[in-house]
Design a protein around this ligand. Sequence first.
Ligand code: SF4
Ligand code: ZN
Ligand code: ZN
Length: 352
Amino acid sequence: MSGLLGYTCCFMPPELHMWVLMFQAATYLGTYIRKCDVCGVRDARVMQRHTGRALCEKCFKENIVSRFSAEVSKYRMFGSGDRILLALSGGKDSYVLLDVVKEVHDVSKIGIVTIIEGIEGYNRFEDIDWIVATAREYGIDLYVTSFKEYTGYSLDELVKLGKLKGFDISPCTYCGVLRRRIINYYARSQGYDKVLTAHNLDDEVQTYIMNILRGDSGRLIQNHPLSRTLSRYFVKRVKPLRKIYEWETSVYAYMRGFRFQELECPYIRYQPTLRAEIRDYLYEVEQERPGSLLRVIEAIDIYIERELLSRPLGFEELPTCSACGAPTAQGRKICVLCEVLDKLGISSRVPF
Ligand code: SF4
Ligand code: ZN
Ligand code: ZN
């Protein structure tokens, strides 16, 4: 699965990882009998190991919002006049993204798109209740859609069909390409300037390292916030939570009392094992040397800014698919999505 995907649900941690996050959250919340290192007034509730500070609930939330805003302004991710579309999955990170964005941006310029993949027991309509309620409360435009609406099939049905036809296509392939396509379609057709996704620091460092280990410099650059979009048909995607630790989004979500999608996707075993290995290794490093993930992302960001961003791409923009007209990779005549749907005998063409 690609780190370019629009949602964070694909990075939902496996059971053990979720347990570790919960343990961290439970340990940090409520066990500190000392005053907050920032305000000095309220009781500390969170130990932020990478800064060495113990924070009260209010100062912790303010810290998250200010780091979010610093990243947005450092990379000019979006401006006050921009119409921004939040791609939300219903997981904790997407709840945190919405909660912070509605505080810092004009709500009349925010939209939300959320896609139900159609995976039994996972990411159902009832899991996005808070997103729906928040959108109503703040008058935010909300687009709820599904894979079925665009292809005639849920993800489970696509997987079954693929097996019946004898194709070895990972569920994450259908899921990733369809989500990217549908999110971009809403952004373009509804006139949004930017798409915001809820990837956190852990996701981003894993993706950077995966791309380095694979020697994929093209994707390495594409993960940098200043990378250019490769086609005029793509709406720029930005990740304002990219310097917030995953444990911090967990703590924030619990403090806010969000009821979010906690189950992991049953297809998670189809993800590349490389990502899981990198994630486990990085946890160990972070445990031993708090702040390591932040130092890694900053070092790679700087390297890309100095050495890679100014290099010419070697092409003006991506070619377009001869079947659906969407941008496709260099050297391809037909896009991956049309290729996969054709293999399954599905004639629908998904707009972009
Ligand atoms: Fe993530 Fe794969 Fe599940 Fe889609 S099918 S939500 S990409 S694990
Ligand atoms: Zn405080
Ligand atoms: Zn196509």
